[in-house]
Design a protein around this ligand. Sequence first.
Ligand code: ATP
Ligand code: MG
Length: 157
Amino acid sequence: NTVDVNGIITSVMSTFKLKVEKYGGTIEADLEAEDAWVKVDEMHFTNVIFNLLDNAVKYAREDVPLSLFIRTRILDNDKVEISIQDNGIGIKKEDLKKIFEKFYRVSTGNVHNVKGFGLGLAYVHKIIHDLNGTIRAESELNIGTKFIIILPLIKNK
Ligand code: ATP
Ligand code: MG
């Protein structure tokens, strides 16, 4: 199974667009990696992008509108980098190490009170690693979070 990275991102983005804009937020993309094909099941890859956008919406700050930025670019001619950046509540350093673990959820305090099983990122991590890819997160509390995925390309014209 092969998928066009930008194609999946564009379609998942469109499912979030109305929801984000309804609350005054924006969702933008710079999909530079044209014709970037990866060997992944379409449903799984759709779920990966969905989970990351879902988290960005769930963990948005309440005092500023959500600004979501998605970027794709080709690296070294044989890999694609996908980055998803939000301006949400952010994740503390101690927590950042654990977010890809099954059932891990940052202790919410009164910052946010949203439901979840703590499974989304564990799933994302597994799918990406099964493809010989990598995923990492950079975050700053109250500033935002950026997830960066790197996947090997099977074809890049
Ligand atoms: P599920 O995805 O299973 O519904 P979840 O969203 O709590 O539940 P994950 O997606 O695995 O679980 O995320 C783990 C934890 O990492 C979240 O509970 C949240 O605390 C934190 N987190 C994930 N994404 C973000 C983000 N974009 N901004 C801030 N915190 C995040
Ligand atoms: Mg989640």
